[in-house]
Design a protein around this ligand. Structure first.
Ligand SMILES: NC(=O)c1ccc[n+]([C@@H]2O[C@H](COP(=O)([O-])OP(=O)(O)OC[C@H]3O[C@@H](n4cnc5c(N)ncnc54)[C@H](OP(=O)(O)O)[C@@H]3O)[C@@H](O)[C@H]2O)c1
Length: 291
Protein backbone atom coordinates (compact mmCIF):
# COMPACT_ATOMS: atom_id res chain seq x y z
CA UNK A 1 0.00 0.00 0.00
CA UNK A 2 2.94 2.31 0.66
CA UNK A 3 3.73 2.40 -3.04
CA UNK A 4 0.13 3.32 -3.86
CA UNK A 5 0.36 6.22 -1.49
CA UNK A 6 3.66 7.34 -3.04
CA UNK A 7 2.02 7.20 -6.46
CA UNK A 8 -0.31 10.06 -5.67
CA UNK A 9 -3.29 7.97 -6.81
CA UNK A 10 -4.15 6.74 -3.33
CA UNK A 11 -6.66 9.50 -2.69
CA UNK A 12 -8.70 8.23 -5.60
CA UNK A 13 -9.56 4.88 -4.01
CA UNK A 14 -12.94 3.59 -5.12
CA UNK A 15 -14.53 0.18 -4.72
CA UNK A 16 -12.65 -1.11 -7.73
CA UNK A 17 -9.89 1.30 -8.45
CA UNK A 18 -8.03 -1.23 -10.62
CA UNK A 19 -9.45 -3.18 -13.55
CA UNK A 20 -7.66 -6.22 -14.93
CA UNK A 21 -8.99 -7.46 -18.27
CA UNK A 22 -7.90 -11.02 -18.92
CA UNK A 23 -7.76 -11.23 -15.12
CA UNK A 24 -8.20 -15.00 -15.22
CA UNK A 25 -5.34 -15.48 -17.70
CA UNK A 26 -1.63 -16.23 -17.50
CA UNK A 27 -0.37 -12.75 -16.62
CA UNK A 28 -3.65 -11.13 -15.50
CA UNK A 29 -4.23 -13.62 -12.68
CA UNK A 30 -0.82 -12.76 -11.20
CA UNK A 31 -1.53 -9.03 -11.56
CA UNK A 32 -4.75 -9.55 -9.59
CA UNK A 33 -3.09 -11.50 -6.80
CA UNK A 34 -0.22 -9.03 -6.51
CA UNK A 35 -2.53 -6.03 -6.33
CA UNK A 36 -4.71 -7.77 -3.75
CA UNK A 37 -1.64 -8.63 -1.70
CA UNK A 38 -1.02 -4.88 -1.52
CA UNK A 39 -4.58 -4.36 -0.32
CA UNK A 40 -5.69 -2.71 -3.56
CA UNK A 41 -9.31 -3.04 -4.74
CA UNK A 42 -9.34 -4.92 -8.06
CA UNK A 43 -12.06 -5.86 -10.51
CA UNK A 44 -11.30 -9.04 -12.46
CA UNK A 45 -12.88 -8.74 -15.89
CA UNK A 46 -13.29 -11.63 -18.31
CA UNK A 47 -16.08 -13.89 -19.50
CA UNK A 48 -15.59 -16.11 -16.45
CA UNK A 49 -14.20 -13.45 -14.09
CA UNK A 50 -15.94 -11.85 -11.13
CA UNK A 51 -17.21 -9.04 -13.35
CA UNK A 52 -18.83 -10.45 -16.50
CA UNK A 53 -16.94 -8.77 -19.30
CA UNK A 54 -16.92 -9.79 -22.93
CA UNK A 55 -14.86 -7.96 -25.50
CA UNK A 56 -17.60 -8.73 -28.03
CA UNK A 57 -20.36 -7.19 -25.90
CA UNK A 58 -19.78 -3.47 -25.49
CA UNK A 59 -22.67 -3.30 -23.04
CA UNK A 60 -20.32 -4.98 -20.51
CA UNK A 61 -17.54 -2.44 -20.93
CA UNK A 62 -19.03 0.41 -18.88
CA UNK A 63 -19.82 -1.87 -15.93
CA UNK A 64 -16.24 -3.11 -15.95
CA UNK A 65 -14.87 0.43 -16.12
CA UNK A 66 -17.18 1.95 -13.51
CA UNK A 67 -15.14 3.83 -10.91
CA UNK A 68 -11.85 2.51 -12.26
CA UNK A 69 -8.70 4.65 -12.28
CA UNK A 70 -6.05 2.26 -13.61
CA UNK A 71 -6.37 -0.62 -16.10
CA UNK A 72 -4.15 -3.61 -16.91
CA UNK A 73 -5.29 -4.21 -20.44
CA UNK A 74 -4.93 -7.71 -21.91
CA UNK A 75 -6.22 -7.38 -25.48
CA UNK A 76 -8.23 -9.84 -27.52
CA UNK A 77 -5.99 -11.02 -30.35
CA UNK A 78 -7.44 -10.90 -33.84
CA UNK A 79 -9.72 -7.95 -33.08
CA UNK A 80 -9.16 -4.21 -33.15
CA UNK A 81 -11.06 -3.56 -29.93
CA UNK A 82 -8.27 -2.06 -27.81
CA UNK A 83 -8.73 1.38 -29.42
CA UNK A 84 -12.48 1.80 -28.74
CA UNK A 85 -11.99 0.35 -25.25
CA UNK A 86 -9.20 2.84 -24.48
CA UNK A 87 -11.32 5.71 -25.78
CA UNK A 88 -14.22 4.63 -23.58
CA UNK A 89 -11.93 4.20 -20.56
CA UNK A 90 -10.58 7.73 -20.93
CA UNK A 91 -14.10 9.11 -21.27
CA UNK A 92 -15.15 7.33 -18.05
CA UNK A 93 -12.25 8.75 -16.03
CA UNK A 94 -9.45 6.16 -16.21
CA UNK A 95 -6.11 7.85 -15.53
CA UNK A 96 -3.56 5.11 -16.17
CA UNK A 97 -3.22 2.25 -18.67
CA UNK A 98 -0.76 -0.64 -18.74
CA UNK A 99 -1.05 -2.49 -22.04
CA UNK A 100 0.07 -6.07 -22.60
CA UNK A 101 1.43 -6.03 -26.15
CA UNK A 102 3.93 -8.39 -27.74
CA UNK A 103 7.55 -8.66 -28.78
CA UNK A 104 8.43 -7.65 -32.33
CA UNK A 105 5.58 -5.21 -32.88
CA UNK A 106 8.04 -2.64 -34.22
CA UNK A 107 10.58 -5.05 -35.76
CA UNK A 108 10.43 -5.31 -39.57
CA UNK A 109 10.06 -8.93 -40.65
CA UNK A 110 9.30 -10.26 -37.16
CA UNK A 111 5.60 -10.85 -37.64
CA UNK A 112 3.83 -7.55 -37.11
CA UNK A 113 0.53 -7.25 -38.87
CA UNK A 114 1.07 -10.58 -40.68
CA UNK A 115 -0.23 -12.29 -37.56
CA UNK A 116 -3.54 -11.67 -35.77
CA UNK A 117 -1.88 -10.86 -32.44
CA UNK A 118 0.56 -8.49 -34.17
CA UNK A 119 -2.21 -6.53 -35.87
CA UNK A 120 -4.05 -6.19 -32.55
CA UNK A 121 -0.92 -4.98 -30.79
CA UNK A 122 0.14 -2.50 -33.50
CA UNK A 123 -3.25 -0.79 -33.32
CA UNK A 124 -3.51 -1.17 -29.53
CA UNK A 125 -0.13 0.42 -28.88
CA UNK A 126 -1.00 3.35 -31.10
CA UNK A 127 -4.33 3.84 -29.29
CA UNK A 128 -2.67 3.76 -25.88
CA UNK A 129 0.06 6.21 -26.91
CA UNK A 130 -2.61 8.60 -28.23
CA UNK A 131 -4.85 8.25 -25.15
CA UNK A 132 -3.63 11.42 -23.45
CA UNK A 133 -3.40 9.67 -20.04
CA UNK A 134 -0.53 7.86 -18.28
CA UNK A 135 0.47 4.71 -20.14
CA UNK A 136 3.03 1.94 -20.04
CA UNK A 137 3.45 -0.75 -22.71
CA UNK A 138 4.76 -4.26 -22.00
CA UNK A 139 6.20 -6.26 -24.89
CA UNK A 140 6.87 -9.77 -23.62
CA UNK A 141 8.65 -12.62 -25.35
CA UNK A 142 6.91 -16.03 -25.43
CA UNK A 143 5.56 -16.84 -21.97
CA UNK A 144 7.08 -19.76 -20.06
CA UNK A 145 3.51 -20.50 -18.90
CA UNK A 146 2.57 -21.62 -22.43
CA UNK A 147 4.08 -24.96 -21.38
CA UNK A 148 2.08 -25.24 -18.14
CA UNK A 149 -1.28 -23.60 -18.77
CA UNK A 150 -1.24 -22.33 -22.35
CA UNK A 151 -1.08 -23.53 -25.90
CA UNK A 152 1.76 -26.09 -25.42
CA UNK A 153 0.30 -27.74 -22.30
CA UNK A 154 -1.71 -30.55 -23.88
CA UNK A 155 1.22 -31.53 -26.10
CA UNK A 156 3.57 -31.59 -23.11
CA UNK A 157 1.15 -33.88 -21.27
CA UNK A 158 0.84 -36.07 -24.37
CA UNK A 159 4.65 -36.35 -24.49
CA UNK A 160 5.31 -34.75 -27.89
CA UNK A 161 5.41 -31.06 -28.78
CA UNK A 162 5.27 -30.69 -32.59
CA UNK A 163 6.07 -27.15 -33.77
CA UNK A 164 7.55 -25.37 -36.81
CA UNK A 165 10.25 -23.81 -34.63
CA UNK A 166 13.28 -25.58 -36.14
CA UNK A 167 16.26 -25.41 -33.82
CA UNK A 168 15.52 -21.80 -32.94
CA UNK A 169 15.55 -20.54 -29.38
CA UNK A 170 13.28 -18.23 -27.43
CA UNK A 171 14.05 -16.17 -24.33
CA UNK A 172 10.87 -17.28 -22.52
CA UNK A 173 9.62 -14.82 -19.92
CA UNK A 174 7.84 -15.86 -16.74
CA UNK A 175 4.30 -14.42 -16.44
CA UNK A 176 5.13 -13.74 -12.79
CA UNK A 177 7.72 -11.19 -13.98
CA UNK A 178 5.28 -9.67 -16.49
CA UNK A 179 2.81 -9.21 -13.64
CA UNK A 180 5.46 -7.71 -11.35
CA UNK A 181 6.30 -5.11 -14.00
CA UNK A 182 2.61 -4.46 -14.66
CA UNK A 183 1.87 -3.87 -10.97
CA UNK A 184 4.85 -1.54 -10.65
CA UNK A 185 3.57 0.46 -13.62
CA UNK A 186 0.02 0.51 -12.25
CA UNK A 187 0.92 1.59 -8.74
CA UNK A 188 4.19 3.53 -8.89
CA UNK A 189 5.35 6.69 -10.58
CA UNK A 190 8.29 6.56 -12.99
CA UNK A 191 6.97 4.07 -15.54
CA UNK A 192 4.76 6.39 -17.55
CA UNK A 193 5.61 6.57 -21.26
CA UNK A 194 7.89 3.51 -20.99
CA UNK A 195 7.83 0.57 -23.38
CA UNK A 196 9.29 -2.43 -21.57
CA UNK A 197 10.61 -5.30 -23.68
CA UNK A 198 10.42 -8.34 -21.37
CA UNK A 199 12.29 -11.63 -21.62
CA UNK A 200 13.81 -14.24 -19.38
CA UNK A 201 17.56 -14.26 -18.62
CA UNK A 202 18.47 -16.86 -21.31
CA UNK A 203 17.21 -18.36 -24.52
CA UNK A 204 16.28 -22.04 -24.79
CA UNK A 205 15.39 -24.11 -27.82
CA UNK A 206 12.05 -25.90 -27.62
CA UNK A 207 13.99 -29.16 -27.21
CA UNK A 208 15.90 -27.71 -24.24
CA UNK A 209 12.72 -26.35 -22.67
CA UNK A 210 10.85 -29.66 -22.82
CA UNK A 211 13.97 -31.49 -21.60
CA UNK A 212 13.91 -29.35 -18.45
CA UNK A 213 10.24 -30.18 -17.94
CA UNK A 214 10.92 -33.88 -18.54
CA UNK A 215 13.73 -33.88 -16.02
CA UNK A 216 11.74 -32.04 -13.33
CA UNK A 217 8.63 -34.17 -13.69
CA UNK A 218 9.96 -37.56 -14.74
CA UNK A 219 7.66 -37.41 -17.78
CA UNK A 220 8.80 -38.37 -21.23
CA UNK A 221 8.46 -35.25 -23.39
CA UNK A 222 10.15 -34.61 -26.71
CA UNK A 223 10.14 -31.87 -29.32
CA UNK A 224 9.43 -32.74 -32.95
CA UNK A 225 10.35 -29.99 -35.43
CA UNK A 226 7.93 -29.69 -38.35
CA UNK A 227 7.97 -27.66 -41.54
CA UNK A 228 5.34 -24.87 -41.46
CA UNK A 229 3.38 -26.67 -44.22
CA UNK A 230 3.33 -29.98 -42.35
CA UNK A 231 2.37 -28.20 -39.13
CA UNK A 232 -0.59 -26.47 -40.80
CA UNK A 233 -1.79 -29.73 -42.41
CA UNK A 234 -1.57 -31.61 -39.11
CA UNK A 235 -3.63 -28.96 -37.34
CA UNK A 236 -6.23 -28.79 -40.09
CA UNK A 237 -6.52 -32.60 -40.03
CA UNK A 238 -7.32 -32.21 -36.31
CA UNK A 239 -10.13 -29.78 -37.22
CA UNK A 240 -8.42 -26.41 -36.91
CA UNK A 241 -9.62 -23.77 -39.40
CA UNK A 242 -6.84 -23.16 -41.96
CA UNK A 243 -6.66 -19.46 -41.09
CA UNK A 244 -6.03 -20.23 -37.41
CA UNK A 245 -3.47 -22.94 -38.18
CA UNK A 246 -1.58 -20.55 -40.48
CA UNK A 247 -1.76 -17.83 -37.85
CA UNK A 248 -0.23 -20.17 -35.24
CA UNK A 249 2.55 -21.15 -37.67
CA UNK A 250 3.22 -17.46 -38.34
CA UNK A 251 3.37 -16.72 -34.61
CA UNK A 252 6.02 -19.43 -34.13
CA UNK A 253 8.07 -18.48 -37.19
CA UNK A 254 10.24 -15.82 -35.48
CA UNK A 255 11.63 -18.59 -33.23
CA UNK A 256 12.60 -20.68 -36.28
CA UNK A 257 14.08 -17.61 -38.01
CA UNK A 258 16.29 -16.76 -35.02
CA UNK A 259 14.37 -13.61 -34.11
CA UNK A 260 13.29 -14.66 -30.62
CA UNK A 261 16.59 -15.61 -29.00
CA UNK A 262 17.74 -12.15 -27.94
CA UNK A 263 17.46 -11.02 -24.33
CA UNK A 264 15.52 -7.91 -23.35
CA UNK A 265 16.20 -5.66 -20.38
CA UNK A 266 12.66 -4.59 -19.39
CA UNK A 267 12.47 -6.53 -16.13
CA UNK A 268 15.75 -5.03 -15.06
CA UNK A 269 14.77 -1.51 -16.14
CA UNK A 270 11.38 -1.64 -14.42
CA UNK A 271 12.23 -3.58 -11.26
CA UNK A 272 16.00 -3.31 -10.83
CA UNK A 273 16.43 -7.09 -10.67
CA UNK A 274 17.08 -9.96 -13.05
CA UNK A 275 14.14 -11.90 -14.51
CA UNK A 276 13.28 -15.38 -13.24
CA UNK A 277 15.03 -18.22 -14.98
CA UNK A 278 13.13 -20.92 -16.91
CA UNK A 279 14.41 -23.49 -14.43
CA UNK A 280 12.71 -21.60 -11.58
CA UNK A 281 9.48 -21.55 -13.58
CA UNK A 282 9.70 -25.31 -14.19
CA UNK A 283 10.34 -25.99 -10.53
CA UNK A 284 7.36 -23.83 -9.48
CA UNK A 285 5.05 -25.33 -12.12
CA UNK A 286 6.17 -28.97 -11.79
CA UNK A 287 3.08 -30.06 -9.89
CA UNK A 288 0.78 -28.72 -12.66
CA UNK A 289 2.15 -31.39 -15.05
CA UNK A 290 1.67 -34.14 -12.46
CA UNK A 291 -2.10 -33.64 -11.92
N1 LIG B 1 1.22 -16.33 -24.52
C1 LIG B 1 2.32 -15.77 -24.98
O1 LIG B 1 3.37 -16.40 -25.11
C2 LIG B 1 2.30 -14.30 -25.35
C3 LIG B 1 3.51 -13.66 -25.70
C4 LIG B 1 3.50 -12.31 -26.01
C5 LIG B 1 2.29 -11.61 -25.99
N2 LIG B 1 1.15 -12.26 -25.65
C6 LIG B 1 -0.14 -11.52 -25.65
O2 LIG B 1 -0.76 -11.66 -24.40
C7 LIG B 1 -2.17 -11.53 -24.58
C8 LIG B 1 -2.83 -12.65 -23.79
O3 LIG B 1 -2.61 -13.87 -24.46
P1 LIG B 1 -2.50 -15.24 -23.68
O4 LIG B 1 -2.43 -16.30 -24.71
O5 LIG B 1 -1.39 -15.16 -22.69
O6 LIG B 1 -3.91 -15.36 -22.95
P2 LIG B 1 -4.27 -15.27 -21.42
O7 LIG B 1 -4.10 -13.88 -20.91
O8 LIG B 1 -3.65 -16.39 -20.66
O9 LIG B 1 -5.83 -15.63 -21.53
C9 LIG B 1 -6.73 -14.77 -22.19
C10 LIG B 1 -7.58 -13.97 -21.17
O10 LIG B 1 -8.54 -13.21 -21.89
C11 LIG B 1 -9.86 -13.57 -21.44
N3 LIG B 1 -10.73 -13.57 -22.61
C12 LIG B 1 -10.68 -14.39 -23.69
N4 LIG B 1 -11.67 -14.09 -24.56
C13 LIG B 1 -12.36 -13.06 -23.99
C14 LIG B 1 -13.50 -12.29 -24.38
N5 LIG B 1 -14.16 -12.53 -25.54
N6 LIG B 1 -13.92 -11.30 -23.58
C15 LIG B 1 -13.30 -11.05 -22.40
N7 LIG B 1 -12.22 -11.73 -21.97
C16 LIG B 1 -11.76 -12.72 -22.76
C17 LIG B 1 -9.72 -14.95 -20.81
O11 LIG B 1 -10.66 -15.15 -19.77
P3 LIG B 1 -12.11 -15.84 -19.96
O12 LIG B 1 -11.86 -17.12 -20.68
O13 LIG B 1 -12.57 -15.96 -18.56
O14 LIG B 1 -12.93 -14.87 -20.76
C18 LIG B 1 -8.33 -14.86 -20.19
O15 LIG B 1 -8.39 -14.22 -18.92
C19 LIG B 1 -2.43 -11.58 -26.07
O16 LIG B 1 -2.70 -10.31 -26.56
C20 LIG B 1 -1.11 -12.09 -26.65
O17 LIG B 1 -0.84 -11.64 -27.96
C21 LIG B 1 1.11 -13.59 -25.33
Amino acid sequence: MARLIRSGLAGLMTTHRFLVTGGTGKSGSHVVSRLRAQGAPVRVASRTGESAFDWHDRATWDTALDGVKAVYLVPLDGHLLTRPFVERAVKLGVERLVLLSGRGVDVPGYSGEANSAGATHVDGESAVRASGIDWTILRPAWFAQNFSEGIFRDAVLAGELRLPAGNGAASFVDAVDIAAVAVAALTEDGHQGETYELSGPRALTIAEAVAEIAEATGRSVRYVPLSPGRFVSELTEQGWPVVEAEDYAEAVSPIRRGMDAHLSDGVWRALGRQPRDFTDFVRAAARTWRD
